[in-house]
Design a protein around this ligand. Structure first.
Ligand SMILES: Cc1ncc(COP(=O)(O)O)c(C=O)c1O
Length: 305
């Protein structure tokens, strides 16, 4: 069976799902999306769609910001996603990309008086960053969008030009990933990941008011750290130079999982190896996303046998 998409209110092979070149979202970035992991458990022959309701809650918040109204409830969005995964018939990890978008084929920049639509793509995603060996980062010359420009708490398509500028600048400068500062010079996040520091054996991460996308992996890590390791997370504004002095540093995200950061701006972080707390969190995280731990059952949507 070919990969399936949900598009224009029906399921169809991905290859047949095409948008018109006048589509508003294509011209103006007027859309919001999600990235959801379906983790394949080969032993149980099933997927664990991880925290799907939380992803859709965030997408629906993005819809409110962009004045997009969808004819689907939260439960219906989850059910459409389950069906998309079932029809796609993969037997490996999948990446699910839902998108709510301004679908009118109309020129004119605005949010009002436009039609809205919703689609789901199911695909695979090769390793996004090197979670085993860690990554080298550079502080970006691009600043993270501010809430007064485009609401950074929404996963809004247009924002990703900001991320793309920073990512490509970092790669062209020989790094693996960028770290963006907020307009006032505080640490915000990576181009597609949140960031954590280990300081005095505690986790520190920038607050939502520093223009981060409030990550679902970020929340998962804070809960696992507290419940399983007894480690608190402090959400507070972080200075750039604190990055250089941190005991450990890592990125978190649906695509990035937990990626150790071993170097920033040519300074070694900690020992330059994967830190102890980072490694412990990686281990816990890789288990929990498979959907086998009943303690976290509310995070799991199991699809398959
Ligand atoms: C800009 C940005 N920050 C952070 C994240 C991490 O969020 P999550 O853990 O919900 O995937 C993402 C990924 O969605 C992102 O695109």
């Amino acid at each position: 069976m070919p990969p399936y998409a949900f598009f224009k209110k029906q399921f169809m092979p991905l290859a047949e799902a095409k948008i018109g070149i006048l589509t508003h979202a294509f011209h103006y970035g007027t859309a919001c999306f999600e990235g959801i992991r379906g983790n394949w458990d080969s032993e149980y022959e099933r997927f664990c769609l991880f925290r799907i309701r939380d992803h859709y809650k965030r997408m629906l918040n993005g819809c409110r910001l962009l004045k997009i109204s969808l004819p689907y409830s939260l439960d219906e969005l989850c059910q459409l996603t389950v069906e998309s995964v079932e029809r796609s018939n993969y037997h490996e990890d999948v990446y699910i990309r839902p998108m709510a978008y301004k679908s009118s084929e109309a020129i004119g920049v605005r949010l009002h008086n436009l039609e809205d639509d919703f689609l789901i793509i199911v695909t695979t995603l090769p390793a996004y960053l090197d979670t085993q060996n860690g990554v080298r980062c550079g502080t970006s010359s691009w600043r993270r969008v501010d809430d007064t420009m485009i609401p950074a708490r929404g996963k809004i398509c247009g924002i990703y030009v900001n991320s793309a500028l920073a990512k490509t600048e970092a790669c062209e400068n020989g790094y693996d990933e960028a770290i963006l500062l907020s307009h006032d010079g505080h640490v915000s996040e990576g181009s597609g990941e949140n960031i954590f520091l280990v300081i005095d054996s505690k986790l520190v991460t920038p607050p939502s008011s520093d223009n981060i996308l409030v990550g679902i992996t970020r929340d998962t890590i804070m809960k696992l750290a507290k419940n399983e390791l007894g480690i608190d997370t402090i959400e507070r504004t972080v200075d750039r130079s604190e990055l250089y002095l941190a005991e450990e540093c890592f990125f978190s995200g649906t695509a990035a999982h937990i990626t150790p950061i071993i170097e920033i701006d040519h300074r070694t972080i900690g020992t330059g190896e994967i830190g102890k707390i980072t490694a412990e969190l990686q281990k816990l995280f890789s288990q929990v996303i498979l959907g086998r731990n009943p303690k976290y059952a509310e995070w799991y949507t199991l699809v398959g046998k």
